[in-house]
Design a protein around this ligand. Structure first.
Ligand code: IPM
Ligand code: MG
Length: 356
């Protein structure tokens, strides 16, 4: 198959981890006889330095005209104090919005061999932890009106959280569909005891639920969800929630699985075009040292092959290779424990490639 993939390496460890993922794409294309046409584009701080903005319209257009986008990470201290309208994060929000990627799928999975890297107690991590957080990605407080002004001589800031029925309905339907393909359990996370957006969220989920009688559904308030994720992570199958709750809960959940460096994500919409990125950030403190964990990005490539290209076989091949490096004891520093084989970012990429 011929596929056009845009590569946005971004900042910090972004370039290093994406380089390892490019090796994987090349290996897959050779092994399965695909033609992946890769084009690298500037994004985040790197784009600010060159163009004065984190994501140019030209890059957006190129991404729109591709089959998938692979992204590293953005941001760093260098751009922390610039005008808030051109911060690297703005570029990330812009690309999600422009490509209409309203569903962010974040699988949380603890590999047996990594249970010692999890901060949770043995009796919890001994059970199988494997669930998916589906985060709404183009609405809510991230995209509502923002304003900072002086009211009665006091500096006052406002962020508006807004959701309409259609935005909730479409993410809800994706969540129920994902649950149907997994263990048919769905937890919808909201704050319906306080927020109007959450009341509408819950009402909408309950309407969709009528059509999915096979799915065991529960509503959980977000504060309680934060507790339950720690207390009984093995109980969850699919969790769906709005943008900011999903941002917070997915970081919390990722550490259960040992390291945020292991966690991939897929951002999808109604078309085949998707954006694939690890859920971690640009980690400027370890950038350029070749010690970052490339697995989150490599597993994001697997998600790309599965969701955007329907290449299940190839995706499984990558996931199996990752399982094998883990079971063979290879570890980047974030998941290293005594007795393991410590490897660099590029060594990790090479070994995964060898196993593909
Ligand atoms: C994420 C990140 C981003 C978000 C930041 C970098 C804007 O934390 O993808 O989870 O909040 O969505
Ligand atoms: Mg986040």
């Amino acid at each position: 198959m011929d596929k056009k993939i845009k590569i946005l390496k971004g900042d910090g460890i972004g370039p290093e981890i994406v380089d390892e993922s490019i090796k994987v794409l090349n290996k897959i294309s050779l092994k399965y006889n695909h033609n992946f046409e890769l084009e690298e584009l500037l994004f985040g701080g790197a784009s600010i330095d060159y163009y004065g903005e984190p994501l140019t319209d030209e890059v957006v257009e190129k991404c729109k005209n591709s089959d998938a986008v692979l992204l590293g990470a953005i941001g760093g201290p260098k751009w922390d104090n610039i005008d808030k309208n051109i911060r690297p994060e703005k570029g990330l929000l812009k690309i999600r919005k422009e490509l209409e990627l309203f569903a962010n799928i974040r699988p949380i999975r603890l590999y047996d061999e990594l249970s010692k890297s999890s901060p949770l107690k043995e009796e919890i991590v001994n059970k199988k932890i494997d669930f998916v957080i589906i985060r709404e990605l183009t609405g809510g407080v991230y995209f509502g009106n923002k304003e900072t002004k002086i009211i009665n001589e006091v500096e006052t800031a406002t962020d508006t959280m807004e959701y309409n029925y259609l935005e909730i309905d479409r993410i809800g339907k994706i969540a129920f569909e994902v649950a149907m393909k997994r263990n048919k359990k769905l937890a919808s996370v909201d704050k319906a005891n306080v927020l109007d957006t959450s009341k509408l969220w819950r009402k909408t989920m309950h309407m969709i639920k009528e059509k999915y009688s096979d799915v065991k559904y529960e509503d959980i308030l977000v504060d309680n969800a934060a507790m339950q994720i720690i207390k009984r992570p093995y109980d969850f199958d699919v969790m769906v929630t709005e943008n900011m709750f999903g941002d917070i809960l997915s970081d919390e959940a990722s550490i259960i699985a040992g390291s945020i460096g292991m966690m991939p994500s897929a951002s999808i919409g109604n078309k085949k075009l998707g954006l694939y990125e690890p859920i971690h950030g640009s980690a400027p403190d370890i950038a350029g040292q070749n010690i970052a964990n490339p697995i989150g990005t490599i597993l994001s490539v697997a998600m790309m092959l599965r969701y955007s290209f329907d290449m299940d076989l190839e995706a499984n091949n990558i996931e199996k290779a990752v399982e094998k490096v883990i079971s063979d004891g290879y570890r980047t520093v974030d998941i290293y424990k005594e007795g393991d084989i410590k490897v660099s970012c590029s060594e990790m990429g090479d070994i995964i490639n060898k196993y593909i």
